[in-house]
Design a protein around this ligand. Sequence first.
Ligand SMILES: [Ca+2]
Length: 170
Amino acid sequence: MIRIPSHAALLLLLALAGCGGGEEAETLLELPISGPDAVPAEGGAVYDPDETADGDGSLRIEAADTTTVFLHDAGAFDLDDAVLSYGAMLRSADLEGSAYLEMHVRLPRGEYLARTAASPLTGTTEWVSRRTGYVLDVEEKPERVRLFVTIHGRGTVWIDAISLTREPRP
Ligand SMILES: [Ca+2]
């Protein structure tokens, strides 16, 4: 067993905290999906009171073909020099293909995507957490942020506990 002197452990903690400039994540938006009024008007998803990651229902998407389902328009943010991070809980059943979170970030220089395509869901899974981020440069403020879930193929996907946070740049 390796013993680390307590003052060394404290210095290590301080060094780790210093990596992000001492800043902490800030919650910008939380969508707990706790009732039928959480269903996006654009369609593609329904409220499912029985399947849930946080105890109060979720959104269910039954995809017969490849689709990108709109979840929320978060609008503009007076925010730059940070990571805009989109996270949610996801679960799939009999998914022939893959599913991932997708965020569309409109900037003055164009529209950009961030998605969790590198860690997609496939087949039948339990609830898992997924998160993706977009790095905003100095003076680069998002004019519009929209949240989606994309399904390639067909099957059922649930999404719950959606959040948007501001995190320090790496
Ligand atoms: Ca919920």
